[in-house]
Design a protein around this ligand. Structure first.
Ligand code: DQA
Length: 137
């Protein structure tokens, strides 16, 4: 089973960025733990701060992978392009957020991706990614 985690803008700063909201471990460390725990899955990880690169990655994996776990971060709330890309591909996408976006500012309550995803997991810290992974298994 081939699963990719795609992270959007500013998530390269996990561990340093607003730790009271996003926690104090880096995504790289967390990803290593996931790889160790789920050895049978072909797990990969991609991060970009650039909207077009995220769209290109969705196109690249979206017709051959078994699942995509996507935290589009701020682009969740702004990007028609990423929303359209999620709609265009065949691989099911699970939208994840580290924080509970619905308990935060009103602009975070809108998602351009949500209408075309399999499901949404929000608010469980980094564990949100593992919950998404388990739902693909
Ligand atoms: C986030 C929530 C977004 O609103 C925010 O812009 C992020 C991270 C989360 O994982 O909680 O960068 O997607």
């Amino acid at each position: 089973m081939k699963i990719i985690i795609i992270n959007g803008p500013n998530l390269n700063l996990l561990g340093k960025r607003e730790p009271t909201i996003y926690g104090d471990s880096s995504f790289e460390d967390y990803f290593k733990e996931l790889e160790k725990k789920y050895k049978k899955i072909e797990l990969s990880y991609f991060q970009s701060n650039i909207e077009g690169e995220l769209i290109d990655k969705l196109h690249e994996v979206g017709f051959s992978y078994d699942g995509i776990i996507m935290n589009a971060a701020a682009y969740t709330h702004t990007s028609v392009g990423i929303g359209d890309a999620v709609k265009a591909i065949e691989t099911p996408v699970i939208e994840v957020h580290i924080s509970n976006v619905h308990s935060r500012e009103a602009f975070r309550h809108t998602s351009f991706i949500a209408p075309n995803v399999k499901g949404i997991i929000s608010g469980f810290g980094l564990k949100s990614y593992e919950l998404a992974l388990q739902s693909f298994l």
